[in-house]
Design a protein. Structure first.
Length: 435
């Protein structure tokens, strides 16, 4: 009995020593963050879309020219080492915020591994890819669901002919003339910034520049440069309608991407020293939060009734448009916006090889009222960014549900701003929002 007890004590001591040695051998989080950033920057040499923004130390950037082919084995080995060390991190003494950091870091690395595998030629179906890259499970909707929404829109539109043609004719009344685009956008940005700054303490030097460009697969893009500064580009290949002024000012600027990146830099990088946030990998769970919060942020800054009032009083006159139809226009737009998930279905079917590019474009024409040329442009976006499309609408839904569950409902605007700001400033992924 005594001998057995001694053996048990010896085993316990060995286990404790082994555990202590294992913990001592685990690389610290700051070192893992540095290795992660450097490895992503190397990966970005082989795909320009991988790194959406970087504002970390200049000396962390690769100094060697990229190889002739992707060094997949070396990249995967390094990402796996980082992941193994993250999974071995002791958590007993971590705060809740630090635990969120660790969990999100693991999901970001899982996405980086998946991206390397895809660049090697690995194929995933739409839903599996979305889960691995964005930590999200895209919903499925039958075609009958979208057909029922079309029927409701059909009843509201004036004129005769197809719904898409009638909507195009009606929407043409609300196009912003190109020569007035900058004036309308600057007014939208000024108002969005004023509303955001009333609730958030942003760095004194934060700002952004707006450029109008052409020949892009997207309608707008925010290039965050660091130090609170962004370059925002607006694509003018196709007509821009009056609602896009607030949409783009809010989504790309205030309180969207520009504010999100500024707050992450301010709180997580500068204050806490979490260097993994000095890089924004586009194909990662961070993107669902970025796009979802940017879309929902428009509603936070401009609740429906306030938005229409502001546009009628300020933006319509600046654009030289008649505000008399504004209420009706936005009523129809609200119904059309419910068709957003039809675009996901087009992407899913197209990427899974179930329909051709032409059929995907026809689907977008029918259910999202795209002009055919713009629909084909959208398939270029799908080719390039694949399942990324879920981040806009599913992301918006998940962010809205989270904010409202924390008390940030439409009738509690101050609370909504508060919860939304906390979400922008802390580690979050899709599954974390649903816990």
């Amino acid at each position: 009995m005594k001998k057995a007890l001694l053996l048990l004590l010896a085993a316990c001591c060995w286990a404790c020593t082994a555990s202590e040695e294992t913990e001592q051998n685990v690389l610290p989080m700051d070192e893992l963050a540095e290795r992660y950033v450097k490895t992503l920057l190397r990966l970005g040499q082989y795909d320009s879309d991988v790194v959406d923004a970087y504002y970390g130390p200049e000396e962390w950037k690769p100094t060697e020219a990229p190889a002739d082919s992707l060094p997949a084995d070396a990249l995967l080995s390094e990402f796996q080492l980082i992941q193994d060390n993250l999974q071995a991190q002791p958590t007993d003494t971590l705060s809740e915020l630090e635990k969120r950091r660790l969990l999100m870091f693991q999901k970001q690395v899982r996405a980086a591994i998946t991206k390397v595998e895809m660049m090697q030629g690995e194929k995933y179906d739409f839903d599996e890819e979305a889960k691995l890259l964005y930590d999200a499970e895209p919903p499925h909707y039958p075609q009958a669901y979208f057909d029922s929404l079309l029927a409701a829109i059909d009843a509201d539109l004036p004129g005769t002919g197809s719904i898409a043609d009638r909507w195009a004719a009606y929407q043409a009344k609300f196009e912003i003339p190109k020569e007035k685009l900058d004036t309308v956008f600057q007014a939208s940005i000024t108002e969005a910034r004023k509303r955001t700054k009333a609730h958030y303490q942003l760095p004194a030097n934060e700002s952004f520049k707006v450029e109008f460009v052409t020949d892009k697969p997207w309608s707008g893009y925010n290039y965050f440069q660091g130090n609170g500064y962004s370059l925002i580009q607006i694509n003018t290949d196709f007509p821009i309608y009056i609602e896009r002024a607030i949409d783009l000012a809010g989504h790309e600027g205030y309180p969207g991407h520009h504010v999100f990146n500024t707050l992450l830099e301010q709180h997580l990088v500068n204050e806490l020293g979490w260097k993994e946030y000095a890089i924004y990998p586009l194909f990662s769970p961070q993107s669902l939060i970025a796009e979802g919060s940017a879309n929902f942020g428009v509603e936070v800054a401009f609740p429906a009734h306030e938005r229409v009032d502001f546009e009628k009083a300020v933006l319509f006159p600046l654009a030289g448009l008649n505000p008399a139809e504004a209420e009706r226009y936005y009523s129809i737009l609200a119904k059309i916006n419910k068709l957003n998930f039809a675009g996901n279905e087009a992407a899913r079917r197209y990427l899974n090889g179930e329909i051709t590019r032409e059929e995907a474009a026809d689907w977008l024409v029918k259910y999202n009222f795209y002009e055919k040329g713009k629909a084909l442009q959208r398939t270029r976006f799908i080719d390039r960014y694949r399942s990324y499309v879920i981040n806009y609408n599913l992301g918006q839904e998940l962010v809205r549900q989270y904010v409202e569950a924390q008390g940030g409902t439409a009738d509690q605007p101050e609370k909504r701003w508060e919860v939304f700001g906390q979400l922008l400033s802390t580690p979050n992924t899709a599954s974390m929002l649903q816990e």
